[in-house]
Design a protein around this ligand. Structure first.
Ligand SMILES: [Zn+2]
Length: 273
């Protein structure tokens, strides 16, 4: 049986062939477009107490670390914003670096027990921390959200969010509240954001979204009544668009919004909507 490595290693336990993702103040360190560092090239620059966190549980060879300014200078590295990866087209980098950043941030935010305030200890055999004072164990949390494409025949309802800088339209989205089903969230969010009721809600696909740690559950929903009225807070504008005349919208690569739009356009094109 294959022995599983610990979820946290120190630099002196790294092996040749291991790779590292390095994060400095929320930015990804790269050399050109390359974001994976060979452990052998980096390990001499790291402090002995640096924690290396396992990112690839299947192959056990990819680790992530928060590093300090001296390491950045020593490696002659460039810094790249993680959000910038969303538009880079490099989906693997976004997934790897997004996970690395979530894992590192989660440990940093759980150095103390939320119940009693004592320092926690990292559990090495799984991704968890433990408070030996009150015996609570903490596991990483992912926040589920819905993202929904509301459809009406050949048309889809897309919204311009107030946080978008460009004239960009996308699906509606929101966090699942405690006690809600995902379908209830779809109905509530669509009503709150654009004053429209929906039914025939069906799940399509999902996407991990690491800003900071969401799981986006993507749905189609049929229009069931109401005039479109943007809430004016989150949503600046919302309109029906024929799938053959879409505005600027997310691409279908890693983005579940883009996938929902493309899939629905394909259904329309094949007459199966
Ligand atoms: Zn405690």
């Amino acid at each position: 049986m294959m022995t599983r490595r610990h979820f946290i290693l120190s630099p002196d336990h790294i092996q040749s062939g291991d790779q590292l993702i390095l994060i400095y103040q929320g930015n990804l360190l790269t050399r050109g477009d390359d974001y994976l560092w060979q452990a052998a090239d980096v390990v001499a620059h790291l402090q002995v107490n640096t924690q290396l966190h396992l990112i690839d549980e299947q192959n056990n060879n990819l680790f992530a670390a928060h590093i300090d300014e001296d390491v950045v200078a020593g490696l002659d590295a460039e810094q790249r914003s993680l959000r910038g990866l969303v538009f880079s087209g490099n989906d693997t980098a976004l997934i790897d670096a997004g996970k690395a950043n979530q894992v590192l941030d989660w440990y940093r935010a759980h150095r103390f027990c939320g119940a009693c305030g004592s320092p926690t200890e990292a559990v090495l055999a799984q991704r968890a921390v433990f408070c030996s004072h009150c015996e609570k164990q903490y596991f990483p949390r992912i926040n589920p959200c819905i993202i929904v494409l509301v459809t009406k025949g050949r048309e889809v309802l897309l919204a311009h969010h107030s946080r978008y800088q460009s004239k960009y339209y996308s699906c509606l989205a929101g966090f699942i509240e405690m006690g809600e089903t995902a379908e209830q969230t779809v109905q509530r969010e669509v009503m709150e954001e654009v004053n429209v009721s929906v039914d025939n809600i069906r799940y399509v696909s999902s996407q991990s979204w690491p800003f900071p740690s969401q799981l986006m559950l993507g749905f189609f929903a049929d229009y069931n009544g109401g005039d479109v009225v943007p809430d004016g807070v989150e949503i600046e504008d919302a309109k029906w668009f024929d799938v053959a005349q879409l505005p600027q919208h997310p691409s279908a690569g890693i983005s579940v919004a883009g996938q929902l739009i493309r899939r629905y356009a394909e259904l329309v094109a094949s007459g199966k909507f």
